[in-house]
Design a protein around this ligand. Structure first.
Ligand code: 9MR
Length: 444
């Protein structure tokens, strides 16, 4: 069955600021997020891109998360680009990966105003035709994955900011009842799947979330199969709504589950350490709000790595919105999620941290620090791969060799020992042109 290290900023270059990257190896010993969540009766998930589920991306997706949401693979425009001609390739791939890693799948999304095929959006349809098209779409897709999807975002983003219905293809053609119908059809196709309505800017108590609340209440009263509400949570740094937990609770009190379905926290680039610390606090408070409400069942991040995030493409100049950097190193936000789920950072281990201490038009000076806590080293070996043709010209306090893009640096005769609680630093000069992305360092 069925993918920030951008070059140094001008500001950093002018100020000589140090940018640091901690090696992913530093987090190997920490309890995976999915296990921390499970211990609290929650599921922590991520949106994924099917084609990237190999290598480090696949390793992290499989090890850290208990559910996967296809970022785009299950949208109508992806699965039926030409009427009657289906492409389930990426959706199947994600479902198979999830099954192989004992993960849930959150199906996303059946009824939306975006990412629909052009044959659908450009067509002229009577209400009856539109209704039939929608029913067929839902029956076909939900039916195909019957028994394999834990929850479906059946209806996505039905509301305007003021709480009125968004004038979409569906609303304009079928009236507000399209929502109840879609839920009913989805339930018929897979009675076991939990059915959600999902929207953004509904995290706090406001006009939009109150409209959603009122809708869910009326659907429940009418006996329509509605199991949950998805709060997307595409947030801006430092702007977690104050009423988040209260809002989650009011939905839960209606007798439905709640999920944080698309969590990310964007900021202006380049990110500095204070912003990354704020981001950690933001992730932590969102996860804590969910953890505090029994019926808040799932917290899904919308891409786990900054290399696989929608933010830079949609908000130019913004990014760094996810818990891992572009080199798959966990950011402070990762530890914010972990801490909110009761995790404590592993204290024993050694980590290598790469930094650029100064940079000029053709060259730069870098350093790597190897630090240990709770353990010690008697020799060390670090390696990394340059992504933009950088070339080391000189090193000190280490023996460095470079072959192509691959760099290996081992201890000098006098500094192989890294004591518990201590560190060793070596330096180098290198050339660069075009860009100088920071590599991920492996400590061997
Ligand atoms: O992450 C998705 C991105 O790759 C697409 O280009 C974009 C198109 O609108 O959709 C993104 O996902 C959206 C999700 O399906 C619904 N909520 C908002 C998400 C971010 O745009």
């Amino acid at each position: 069955m069925r993918s920030l290290r951008t070059g140094l900023s001008l500001a950093a270059l002018l100020t000589g600021a140090v940018l640091l990257v901690t090696a992913p190896a530093a987090h190997a010993a920490d309890t995976p997020l999915r296990d921390l969540a499970a211990a609290k009766g929650k599921v922590v998930g991520t949106a994924v891109t099917g084609s990237k589920l190999t290598g480090s991306y696949g390793d992290i997706a499989g090890a850290q998360f208990g559910s996967l949401t296809p970022g785009n693979a299950m949208k109508w425009g992806t699965v039926e680009p030409t009427q009657g001609s289906f492409d389930w390739t990426e959706a199947d791939q994600i479902v198979a990966f999830a099954q192989a890693h004992d993960q849930q799948v959150r199906g996303h999304t059946l009824v939306w105003h975006n990412q629909n095929p052009s044959w659908l959006t450009n067509g002229t349809w009577t209400s009856a035709q539109l209704s039939s098209l929608l029913q067929n779409h839902i029956s076909t897709e939900v039916g195909r994955y019957k028994g394999e999807i834990a929850a479906w975002d059946v209806v996505n983003e039905p509301f305007n900011e003021d709480g009125t219905y968004r004038p979409t293809l569906w609303y304009n053609g079928l009236g507000a009842n399209y929502i109840a119908q879609a839920l009913t059809w989805a339930h018929a196709a897979d009675p076991a799947a939990k059915l959600y309505i999902n929207d953004y800017n509904v995290e706090g108590v406001n006009a939009k979330s109150t409209a959603l609340y009122n809708l869910v209440k009326s659907l429940k009263t009418a006996g329509v199969p509605i199991d949950g509400v998805g709060l997307q949570a595409h947030l801006i740094l430092g702007q977690v709504p104050a009423g988040l937990q209260q809002n989650i609770q009011r939905f839960a009190d209606l007798g439905v589950d709640v999920a944080i379905t698309e969590l990310d926290v964007r900021m202006a680039l380049p990110a500095d350490s204070a912003e990354l610390a704020q981001q950690k606090a933001d992730f932590k408070s969102v996860v804590a709000a969910c953890a505090a409400v029994t019926r808040c069942v799932n917290i899904t991040v919308w891409g786990f790595t900054d290399s696989d995030s929608w933010v830079p493409g949609t908000f130019p100049g913004y990014g760094a919105a996810t818990p891992y950097d572009e080199n798959y190193a966990p950011k402070p936000a990762y530890y914010g999620i972990a801490e909110a789920l009761g995790g404590t950072r592993s204290t024993a281990g050694c980590a290598a941290t790469y930094g650029v201490t100064s940079q000029w038009n053709t060259g730069f000076t870098g350093q790597v620090t190897i630090a240990c806590t709770g353990t010690a080293l008697s020799s060390w070996n670090t390696s990394w791969t340059y992504g933009a043709g950088q070339q080391i010209t000189q090193a000190w306090n280490a023996i460095c060799t470079q072959s192509g893009a691959a760099v290996t640096c081992t201890n000098a005769s006098y500094n192989g020992t890294v004591p518990d609680g201590g560190s060793v630093t070596f330096g180098f000069n290198a050339s660069w042109s075009g860009s100088n992305p920071l590599p991920a360092v492996t400590l061997g």
